[in-house]
Design a protein around this ligand. Structure first.
Ligand code: NAP
Ligand code: WDW
Length: 320
């Protein structure tokens, strides 16, 4: 990575990651093409980090958008940081590299900058992303995540992923990888839901102590109507305290919520497909929250999770 638009953080494997990334997942009713225009705008604004996943079924569009920007000479491949994720039906070690190769083919890339285990939950292998039984319950698989991790390490050695990491892992699951006998590469990051209503203070402390970067998703509170998002929770960006702080700095609540994460040493994702908001979310490198305001935002923590797909009561892999 060189000569890029946003500040970088150094990862524990020597690579670097832009501290702000564009989220790319949109609800099913949003036209697939929209992500292409969003990436177009975002690259012009200065974004270089794009968060994708096999599960989002948008890798072709993302690859096309980035490919065009490279072809036109706006950016070089090595200035882009592109993430994809191993879906839960591919956790068996013999499926991991094939899954990454399928993502790379869609992305039209020879490597991803970061490949993550999307979730610690394993699902029955097969063509269905969400394999269900007759009662409509997810069919889980039992896979030793340490064996999945060893297959991830092989992908890095094969040059298909510059860096490897995890997502939606709790402390115990992360520690299990870190303590694996013969570990070759540590996860560079753990991508989890993180925002002022669920600030992940303990997981952040743990990650920092292990030189694992915490990457925040749903950093803006994710927003309503999504299939995976719980309804009835208070809307983060309408929070009065966040809004009062925003007024004081003449910024928006979104900019405050993103800046808050940067100052905690967290890499932050923000999804927007709207030109004005894509620009707005990038304007977070030219101001600073005071320690007092950081503390005030810390105190908004209330264990609200917007996203209920990352954990499941009946998953054999998750007991806490
Ligand atoms: P998010 O980034 O917290 O919020 C996105 C929502 O906020 C969109 O509805 C967006 O609408 C709106 N928004 C964006 N900027 C705004 C602003 N400045 N003011 C007001 N509203 C604004 O939610 P997310 O998409 O759930 O999470 C971000 C990304 O993280 C995802 O796209 C995905 O890449 C990743 N993610 C990963 C996982 C995982 O399991 N690893 C889970 C969830 C998400 P507009 O588009 O209309 O602006
Ligand atoms: C596990 C982990 C589903 C979906 C999902 C399961 C998961 C995501 C908003 C943005 C995911 C919510 C993107 C859905 C069972 N992660 N998204 O990344």
């Amino acid at each position: 990575m060189s000569n890029i638009g946003s500040p970088l953080v150094k990862l524990n494997d020597g690579h670097a990651m832009p501290v702000l990334g564009l989220g790319t997942s949109a609800p099913a009713e949003v036209a697939k093409k929209e992500v292409e225009e969003a990436i177009n705008i975002a690259i012009d604004v200065g974004y270089r980090h794009f968060d994708s996943a096999y599960f989002y079924q948008n890798e072709e569009e993302i690859g096309r958008a980035i490919g065009k920007k490279i072809a036109s000479g706006t950016v070089k491949r090595d200035e882009i940081f592109c993430t994809s994720k191993l879906w839960s039906t591919f956790h068996r070690p013999e499926l991991v590299q094939k899954a990454l190769e399928a993502s790379l083919k869609k992305l039209q890339m020879s490597y991803v900058d970061l490949y993550l285990i999307h979730s610690p939950m394993s699902f029955k292998p097969g063509d269905e992303l969400l394999p269900m039984d007759a009662q409509g319950k997810l069919i889980y698989d039992t896979v030793d995540l340490c064996s999945t991790w060893e297959a991830m390490e092989k992908c890095k050695d094969a040059g298909l992923a510059k860096s490897i990491g995890v997502s939606n892992f709790n402390c115990r699951q992360l520690e299990m990888i870190l303590n694996k006998p013969g570990l070759k590469y540590k996860p560079v990051c753990n991508q989890v839901e993180c925002h002022p209503y669920h600030n992940q203070r303990k997981l952040l402390e743990f990650c920092k102590s292990k030189d694992v970067v915490l990457v925040a998703y749903a950093a803006l509170g994710s927003n309503t109507k999504k299939q995976w998002v719980k309804k009835g929770n208070p809307i983060l960006l309408e929070d009065p305290v966040l809004n009062a702080i925003a007024e004081k700095y003449r910024r928006t609540p979104a900019q405050i919520a993103l800046r808050y994460q940067l100052q905690r040493g967290i890499v932050v994702l923000a999804k927007s497909f709207n030109r004005k908001r894509i620009q707005e979310n990038f304007q977070i490198f030219d101001f600073q929250l005071t320690p007092e305001d950081m503390k005030t935002i810390d105190d908004l923590n209330r264990n609200i999770q917007y996203f209920d797909g990352s954990t499941s009561e009946d998953s054999p892999d998750l007991d806490d």
